[in-house]
Structures are given as structure tokens and as C-alpha cells.
Design a protein around this ligand. Structure first.
Ligand code: HPA
Length: 271
């Protein structure tokens, strides 16, 4: 990756009217409707943005939106890139670097995840407090990484505590169930076996998914404050495991989505 590439992406977005966003948002699978809250959005399709990763066949609808959201200028990723689609970790996280270069000061991330903690129920939300990277690589493992930030990025507190506390307070205020826990990232795309769920729970994880961690690592590399929420779409109980249905995961995500939207809009208004 080079800064010239980033510049070309940013120049294109500037030409499309993406001017000085304060907030960046990543919307997870089945969680795209928050973008409807933007009045008169500017739209840039990923396949039109210079140097954006090339879309795979099943992933052609991704776009970046820009406009006023919760009273602030925001840029929203509707659809993200995953390791399991064949992108490498620098490609997966390229949009985070682009949003940072556009000028965002805070990053809000969402995802759909499986609940490992036996007290969690599907349809509930979990604020990510910390994470375990099991994707077998790092988005910072490239030759010229030090041009963009410190190679040995500090990860002692990867999630911004001020934004996390505000989000937790909003959940109480809105009477929304919000757990706080550890997210573990897997490469996927296959779901986990019962033995793997047992292992992940023993490792200390409360939720499992296939995204977010690389994005958070890059946000920390850029010293960009980040907050992340998982929508729990299924219960990963190794002793009573049902075959997973992706349609069901997306349906649960859609049902829980209004709570996520409320929390994110409330947070944006207060930061
Ligand atoms: N694993 C298990 N269940 C899930 C996942 C996952 O990666 N994502 C959403 N539900």
C-alpha cells in the first residue's frame, strides 16, 4: 500500500462531495439500514473508487455514503470486505485508512456475531470490550507500514473507553440490553464446530465473528478512537448446536437493528 494510492481514493471521494466527515461508521451484515437515516446521501460505489479492493462476485453492492447523520457529517460503509472473500488483511482494512484520510475523528463499527457466553441471547447486543485475533495474520504486517504509523501498535486498550461508557449509559437510558464482552475473530467462512466453540469459550471469548478485529487494529494504528457493537444473531451452545442458517442470522440481525441504530445515533449526537 502506498500513500499515493490512498490519495487517489480520497481525491475521488472529495470530487463526489465527501467533505470533512467527522464520524466513520462500518455497518455489518444485515445491518445496512442505518444508512437510511442520512438525509440526501452522497454515494460512492466501491467499484468506482480508485484503488478500492476489487469486488468479488457475491459482493457487488458495497458502497460508501456521506451526509448528515445524528447532526454530524458522517461517512458510512454499507458492506465491508472480509478475509473469507479472498481479500488480504491490508485490503480488508483499506477503507478504514481512506476514511481516516478523509478526516474522520471517531470510528463506530458493527457486526453480526454468534453468542458464546451462555447468558447471552440472540437478538441482544454486545459492546466489544476487548478482542482475540484468531484470523492468523495482521493488517499491519506489510513492508512500509511505518510510513502510516508505528509498526508495533499498542493494543492495551483497543476500544475507546469514553465512547464505550457513553454507549453503555445510552443503553440504560433506552432500556436496551447491552452486554459487554470479548469478541474473537475467525477467518471463516465456515461456521465453527462444537469443539471449536468449546475452545473459544475456554479462551475467554463471549462472541465470535469473522470481521472487525483487523479494522480495530488499523484504527489503533492510526490512533483513531473506535467503538464496536456486535449484534448477536445465534447462540453457539456446543451441547445443543443446531445447523446454522445464514437466512436466520440475517433475519435476527434485521430484528435487532433498530436498537443498534438508536445507540449509534445517540452516541453520534453526544460525541
Ligand atoms: N460464528 C458463529 N456464529 C456466528 C458467526 C460466526 O462467525 N457470525 C454470526 N453468527
Amino acid at each position: 500500500m502506498t500513500s499515493k494510492q490512498l490519495e487517489a481514493s480520497v481525491d475521488y471521494l472529495h470530487s463526489k462531495g465527501f467533505a470533512e466527515p467527522e464520524i466513520g461508521i462500518v455497518l455489518g451484515s444485515g445491518l445496512g439500514r442505518m444508512a437510511d437515516e442520512i438525509t440526501d446521501p452522497r454515494v460512492a460505489h466501491y467499484h468506482n473508487i480508485p484503488n478500492f479492493p476489487l469486488a468479488t462476485v457475491e459482493f457487488h453492492s458495497g458502497k460508501l455514503l456521506y451526509g448528515m447523520l445524528g447532526g454530524k457529517k458522517a461517512v458510512v460503509m454499507q458492506g465491508r470486505f472480509h478475509l473469507y472473500e479472498g481479500y488480504d488483511l491490508t485490503e480488508v482494512t483499506y477503507p478504514i485508512r481512506v476514511m481516516h484520510q478523509l478526516g474522520i475523528k471517531k470510528l463506530l463499527i458493527s457486526n453480526a456475531a454468534g453468542a458464546l457466553n451462555p447468558q447471552y441471547r440472540k437478538g441482544q447486543l454486545m459492546l466489544i470490550d476487548d478482542h482475540i485475533n484468531l484470523q492468523g495474520g495482521s493488517p499491519l504486517a506489510f513492508k512500509n507500514v511505518s510510513e502510516f504509523g508505528e509498526r508495533f501498535a499498542d493494543m492495551s486498550r483497543p476500544y475507546d473507553s469514553a465512547m464505550s461508557e457513553t454507549l453503555a449509559a445510552l443503553a440504560v437510558e433506552f432500556k436496551i440490553d447491552l452486554h459487554r464482552g470479548v469478541y474473537v475473530s475467525m477467518t471463516g467462512p465456515q461456521l465453527e464446530t462444537r469443539a471449536e466453540y468449546r475452545m473459544l469459550r475456554m479462551l475467554g471469548a463471549d462472541a465470535v465473528g469473522m470481521s472487525t478485529v483487523p479494522e480495530v487494529i488499523v484504527a489503533n494504528h492510526l490512533k483513531l478512537p473506535v467503538v464496536a457493537v456486535s449484534v448477536l444473531t445465534d447462540e453457539c451452545d456446543p451441547d445443543h448446536l443446531e445447523p446454522v442458517r445464514v437466512a436466520e442470522i440475517l433475519a435476527v440481525a434485521a430484528r435487532a437493528e433498530p436498537n443498534l441504530v438508536k445507540l449509534f445515533l445517540g452516541l453520534i449526537a453526544r460525541i
